[in-house]
Design a protein around this ligand. Structure first.
Ligand code: LMR
Length: 328
């Protein structure tokens, strides 16, 4: 092969996401937007450590937390172009590629994180890992963060308390609709801008699991947090499909075994980490935690539940049914 032809092949391979087996260790850049002290942050570091211990110099994993390499606005494009090989965006962030994952954002659909886990493990949930392959995005597993809580500049006990407030949302039409149901406004913002937007008053409320609230310091600028557990914030660990299928079979199988182990650990630990951060927020005294009575929670549910019907045809009734049947 002449030098020109070889150079052309290398450029082509890089563009398509085909790993160059002969060009030294396989490089996997793993980028994410949260702190290292969260379920996802810890999962990325565990993956890096296990790959180093088990696969030695065959694979190098570089981890970039806190939107230091890519953020919400550009990470999926970077993945599809193989500029980064692994991400774990929240399930709300795949709107441009599939509407089926919108099921995870429906408010009050899952009773708790165990129900979410049951759905993710069943056939319908597993199928969704492959729902974006036509966009060159392959799901490798689900990682939990946790159930979301509502924070705001004023106490939220009943849906009417949210009226007129502007809530920061992830890039998700379901979440916008959810807040509209209670008369609130929304602003889509990348995760890296949320603290500044809450501090400046650009938005007055947000929804997050405890680990994101504590690790980002949202409780420092939001005087009230209502423990609603109204929806889930989980992740899909994704890779560039062409890159992944181009990894030699044996190595890919070893990587997949490590991913299964890491996913198990992340999912086992996520609830504990969130509970620990809930206690840290409470101990900080910076934010008052509001616990709802069953009747108050039922009022939020009644106000938000119509969102299911609104998105039923779009998501697929079969998917919603399977998700609902994972509740106890
Ligand atoms: C958010 O934008 O609120 C979350 O998706 C951030 C994350 O990755 O947990």
């Amino acid at each position: 092969m002449t030098k020109t032809v070889l150079a052309f092949c290398l450029i082509l391979a890089a563009g398509l996401g085909v790993p160059q087996a002969y060009a030294g260790p396989l490089l996997i850049k793993f980028s994410h937007v949260v702190s290292e002290d969260t379920p996802k942050g810890k999962g990325a570091l565990l993956f890096q450590r296990l790959v180093r211990e088990r696969l030695g110099d065959q694979v190098v994993v570089e981890v970039y937390p806190n939107s230091t390499l890519y953020g919400d606005a550009d990470e999926l494009t970077a993945l599809r172009e193989n500029r980064v090989q692994m991400l774990a965006p929240s399930l709300a962030k795949f709107e441009a590629y599939t509407h089926q994952l919108r099921v995870f954002d429906l408010p009050f659909l899952f009773d708790d994180l165990e129900a979410v886990e049951r759905f993710q493990k069943r056939a319908k949930g597993r199928q969704l890992l492959y729902s974006m392959e036509n966009h060159n995005i392959l799901g490798l597993g689900y990682w939990h963060n946790g159930m979301k809580q509502l924070s705001a500049t004023r106490p939220l006990r009943l849906p009417a308390d949210a009226r007129g407030l502007n809530f920061r949302v992830q890039q998700s039409e379901v979440l916008e609709t959810q807040f509209r149901q209670v008369g609130a406004q929304t602003t889509r913002l990348p995760f890296s801008q949320v603290l500044a937007a809450l501090s400046s008053g650009q938005v007055q409320g947000a929804e997050n699991p405890w680990s994101n609230i504590f690790s980002q310091g949202f409780h420092e600028v939001q005087p009230y947090i209502t423990e609603t557990n109204h929806g889930v914030l989980d992740y899909m660990l994704v890779t560039n499909a062409r890159f992944w299928y181009g990894i030699p079979h044996r190595l890919r199988t070893q990587l997949e075994a490590i991913i299964d182990e890491v996913s198990y650990e992340v999912n086992r630990e996520a609830a504990r980490l969130n509970e620990q951060d809930r206690q840290r927020v409470a101990a900080s005294g910076r934010s008052r935690i509001i616990n709802l009575t069953p009747a108050e929670r039922a009022a939020w549910r009644a106000a938000m539940e119509p969102v299911w019907l609104h998105f039923e045809a779009d998501i697929g009734p079969d998917i919603i049914k399977a998700a609902r049947s994972s509740n106890p």
